[in-house]
Design a protein around this ligand. Structure first.
Ligand code: NAD
Length: 497
């Protein structure tokens, strides 16, 4: 492996001209393993120019040939699952089985995009007016940018890139500088699948690269995923520059447990959704809302299960890996301390973890805080770590009001055996993705992924029909071929007859 991870422009890895690089860590050992080039605006310009040059040929490539590339990419990605998962683990820290799960969910979107022909079909109306026909088409936007977060180095890019490419666009991906290598792995697969050079381009970098993309005139649309403050910035700046934007932001996902729930199912789900990927998932459950008398029993079951989890190096078959950086680990631990100081009870204390790992990795063990209230920073802020906060309420109505009062609205879940309560929850709760006895309700690829309120800026969600609409523009054509219908001069507004 080269020491520095570069950009992918015109089908080759290049260092770029900025001369600036950042360290890339192995979070399980704390060691710097590589560096990553940070693009200058000129580097971004080179990437966009490459995409612009490739666009006309790709846009005019038949749907049949475009789809064949997608199918080949699907086969290559399927064959490369393990290698890609290990790349993800080495830079993100999540355990390999979890990384394999993210690749599988990304693969689902590739499979969805293989069938895009059906969704690009327009309508046709014969004789809408006398011997006048109307048909509609959906056309690609042009060069589009995808800006992704650290926590899903493969899946989040794959939410957008296959759909955009299948629809005939050229894509510039700006991955998180913390996890740069997965994007290059994907770039090589696209090339091996037969995608013409330039249709998929990668610029590594930080906010300088992001802002250069947001300001770049040839970039027609931006799909962003990251924290809410940055999502807000991206949405404002790209919109002000006339671009189409979908900016998916942060989250605070609540899992509500009613007294009639299957408590073993709920406890398993809370532990899996709270601590999987060390809580660094936008769909992680971070707030457990226990309704009525269920709380003590539920917390005991969760604490019992949490005590069995093994934290350590993701390559060693552990249940949970490290956090992404030392600074982030310290920040999360700071929230635990603040919660404790504010009166929350630390039922399981991840600060005492003894990880199965060598070196000085960025570990914090799974942590359970009980008696958390809505004014504590451990509740109000997105923590993005392995911290499960338990809030206690007296009624279903109080639980729904608590969820709805939160500014985020990504995912939420209800655990119950009561169908009427489940239906009321589905109807009343203000979140984009809802689970009933499912703690992480990530939609399958042919539905769309996205939150409400401060969890998404823009109006289109990722993949599914909404994803296809985001990456295409509609056009309606009204046609007359009959010269004998010439009506002479008539300046009134045309009416259909
Ligand atoms: P982040 O906002 O720090 O970074 C996201 C991207 O923006 C990265 O590519 C980064 O380089 C860039 N960036 C960072 N600061 C910037 C700035 N000031 N200006 C312009 N660009 C900037 O997010 P992260 O820490 O990489 O990822 C975690 C966050 O992403 C969490 O908040 C999580 O909830 C969110 N997330 C949301 C979803 C979703 O679907 N809603 C999915 C995954 C992650």
């Amino acid at each position: 492996m080269a020491d520095m991870v570069g950009h992918w422009i015109d089908g080759v890895e290049v260092p770029g001209g900025s001369g600036v690089a950042a360290d890339v860590f192995d979070p399980a050992t704390g060691a710097v393993t590589r560096t990553v080039a940070l693009a200058s605006p000129a580097d971004v310009g080179a990437a966009v120019a490459s995409a612009s040059a490739a666009l006309p040929g790709w846009r005019d490539t038949s749907l049949a040939r475009r789809t064949q590339v997608l199918f080949r990419f699907r086969e290559l990605l399927d064959a490369g699952r393990q290698e890609l998962a290990e790349i993800i683990t080495a830079e993100h820290g999540k355990v390999v089985s979890d990384a394999l799960g993210e690749v599988a969910r990304g693969l689902e979107v590739v499979e969805f995009a293989c069938g895009i022909a059906h969704l690009l079909k327009g309508g046709h109306t014969e004789n809408a007016s006398m011997r006048v026909d109307v048909h509609s088409l959906r056309q690609p936007l042009g060069v589009v940018a995808v800006i992704s977060p650290f926590n899903f180095p493969a899946m989040v890019p794959l939410w957008f890139v296959p759909v955009a490419i299948a629809a005939g666009n050229a894509v510039v991906l700006k991955p998180s500088e913390k996890v740069p290598s997965a994007a290059l792995f994907l770039a090589r697969l696209w090339q091996a699948a037969g995608l013409p050079d330039g249709v998929f381009t990668v610029v590594q970098g930080d906010r300088t690269a992001v802002d250069a993309l947001l300001d770049s005139p040839p970039v027609k649309a931006v799909s962003f995923v990251g924290s809410t403050p940055v999502a807000r910035h991206v949405h404002r700046r790209a919109s002000a520059n006339g671009k189409r934007v979908q900016a998916l932001g942060g989250a605070k996902n609540h899992m509500v447990v009613l007294p009639d729930a299957d408590l073993d199912l709920a406890a398993d789900a809370a532990v899996n959704a709270g601590f999987g990927s060390a809580g660094e998932r936008c769909m992680a459950v971070s707030a457990l809302v226990a309704v009525g008398p269920v709380a003590d029993d539920l917390v005991a079951r969760i604490a019992h299960r949490t005590a069995t989890l093994r934290t350590g190096d993701g390559r060693r078959g552990c249940d949970m890996g490290p956090l992404v950086t030392a600074a982030h680990r310290d920040r999360v631990a700071g929230y635990v301390a603040a919660g404790e100081a504010a009166g929350a009870r630390v039922v399981v204390d991840g600060r005492e973890v003894r990880p199965d790992a060598d070196g000085a990795g960025f570990f914090l063990g799974p942590t359970v805080l009980d008696h958390v209230t809505t004014d504590m920073s451990v509740y109000t802020d997105e923590i993005f770590g392995p911290v499960l906060s338990v809030l206690r309420v007296d009624s279903f109505a109080e639980a729904v009001a608590l969820v709805n009062a939160n500014p985020y609205g990504n995912g939420t879940a209800l655990f119950t055996r009561d169908g009427a309560a489940a239906r009321a929850f589905e109807n009343e709760v203000e979140a984009g993705m809802v689970g009933i006895n499912v703690a992480i309700p990530v939609p399958v690829s042919y539905y769309s992924f996205g939150g409400w309120k401060d969890s998404l800026f823009g109006d289109t969600h990722a993949h599914g029909t909404e994803g296809v609409h985001f990456f295409t523009r509609g056009k309606v054509v009204t046609t007359r071929w009959s010269a004998s219908d010439a009506a002479g001069l008539e300046l009134g507004f045309p009416q259909n007859v």
